[in-house]
Write a protein that binds this ligand. Sequence first.
Ligand code: FUC
Length: 801
Amino acid sequence: MRSLPVVLCLSVVLGLSFGGAANAAPPAKLTLWYDKPAVDWEHEGLPIGNGAMGAMVTGGIATDTLQFNEKSLWTGGPGSAGYAMGLPSEGKKEDLAKVQALLNAKGRVAPEEIAAILGQPVSGYGDYQSFGELKLRFDHAPTAAKAYRRSLDIGRALASLSYEDGGVRYRRQYFASYPAGVIVVRLSANRPGKIGFTAVLAAPDNRSVAIAAKDGRITEMGALKDNGLHYEAQLQITAKGGACHDNDDGSVTVLGADSAVLILSAGTNYAVRYPTYRGDDPHISITAKVDAAAGQSYTELLAAHERDYRILFGRVALNFGGVLPNKPMNAVVADYGKGDAASDLALEALYFQYGRYLLLASSRQGSLPANLQGVWNASATPPWNDDYHVNINLQMNYWLADVTNLSEAGMPFYDFVDSLVPPGRVSAERIFGSKGWTVFLNTNIWGFTGVIAWPTAFWQPEAGGWLASQYYDHYRFTQDKRFLETRAYPVMKEAAQLWLDALVTDPRDGMLVVSPSYSPEHGPFSVGAAMSEQIVYGLFGDTAEAARLVGDDSFAAKLDSAREKLDPGLRVGKFGQLMEWKDDWDDPKDEHRHTSHLYALHPGHQISPLTTPRLAEAAKITLKARGDSTTSHGEAGTGWSKAWKANFWARLYDGNHAHLLLAQLLKENAMANLWDAYVGPPFQIDGNFGFTAAVAEMLVQSHNGFIDILPALPTVWRDGDVRGLKARGDVVVDIVWRGGALQSMVIHTGHGGPIFLRSPLLAQRFTLVDTVTRKTVPVTAIGDRYTFQARPKARYALRIQ
Ligand code: FUC
């Protein structure tokens, strides 16, 4: 070591005094803690992230490995052999007509037969990649470290670890800062001169690598072999006291320091820019971020990070009166449902907040949206390419954004879907011979909007319409007229345009239908499967409404007249179920994980127990037949499937059944780090996000033009309070309930206007007071709804008398 050039690190870090507090203190309410390092990345690692970058805190004692990611590091796409965005080189309209004729003749056709006609072998689709690992090899390798504690405080978005060795207490802290665009690690000890380690950046071997260290800064750069995408990571190591060596192999060694701060940033020359998907080399922007962060003290960096995070995360608080026991989170999860009711309630509330934490960590303005694993992936060949599946998964990732008051974190979804429109137009043109845009089963960061050749899943052209309807929902939550005019409506209009052109008449009844149509991942190919019809019906309704709001009345009229002839996909079948296909082929023993034909119940809004009780009853029968828990073949029980079912039951006003699904998810799918598993591994983040959305849906609904308060409260959530949930109409609500009865509520308005409230719990007398004027507000009862005129930016307190 001595023969290496010695460079003193910049000694500018303000040391944080380390108090050496006993680590057995009761855990904070929103803290996950463990008494061991993670052995397994997937089950035990603790995720941190700032939207674009993510890292996993495993907390080894002799070597600490921080696996990290940056969202744009993908193989595939332009530069990768044979990539053509999944698009056929020439029009497939004749093939489509052939398939339609076949379906009219036979009624149902096996997916293999259709895939042979319409499917497309795909090259260069690519995979989301691990960026690499930051390894810290410590110069003390204790054999008997004591009092080890590794934790993640999701109230602060801060991971920490501490342990004792040889009478010294060591401490590390890790966070991913959105304002600074970096990941920060701080190492300290309660005695001076005790920090010594070598920091190494390690990269997988599917890329060229040039690595060098200078003045405590490791710079690693190169290009992916597959597609030539440039990548770069920089790590600045700054030690207080001691010495710092830049090593010839590109690592940096710190010796005898009092503390050290590590600042990491990474990126690529990817740009969301069709058709090249390349932008500037990342060197300048990464250098600027690391320089700027290194110019701040650790205290400043942490304070700015916490300020940024708390403003968003702190908007919502939820409490079911539970208390986490003083035991590691792996034990809390393992003991869920085994008799400690207070622990179970605390875990349910924590799991709700964890979804919000994960969204903020994997989706912030300017980043790509959360993929199947958010931002975290340690593999070169992750499950399902760790891509964007759009037959449920990407949509589910964003259900929680508006309702849990994190609209800002939802913006990457819209930026990304916007970017699918130009290639999606080519797809519409080549595959349907129509105007508009579309996307099918799945997409990557390279504008993939075509079909793959996977028979049992590839066909889902309604996905574009589903994504577009989510834009309208965002408008309904925020009432952001500019977003409606400039972003939502253009995307919706073109998505609807595709179907105005592509719907066909069913010769059997003269109705407009989608053909070919495939109930997601279930099939068979037929004409007018329920989900296809429901998506298009919902899209036409939402788009016509949006068109009128922006003054495009002629397009609204076109949609209205098509909608009159459109089969809405809502039928009740032989065992009382909501039919999955236009013909009654449903099998009451079928436990398939997709329950797509309930789209009109959730996230759509065509079915409701109040307005369409017969269809709501049929939806219940379907859900009961599909089942709740993981069956022997895992079908009914993927995490996301349970989460969707919990949302369905919430919309059916059955809080106990919704809760049963959430409880099953916690028992069967939650890992020790609270990530949701698909069935066992792999981790798939949609189940986390869907869980959070379902809890919100049980507490407040607003999709039918009124705010439904505690519409699906399960018996076990007897007492509770929630602050900050958002309802459509730009309203935020705080609710307190006790003994299953509504006690009080505060309504915060954004835009104001007439507000409609409904709750089975509002039957008692209540008063509504404008908290600024302190005047009682007149409320009109219309059936089971109550309405009042709200001022913008006002606050109304409702009290049960
Ligand atoms: C959908 C689901 C699968 C899986 C995949 C990523 O296709 O049917 O279960 O979640 O997405």
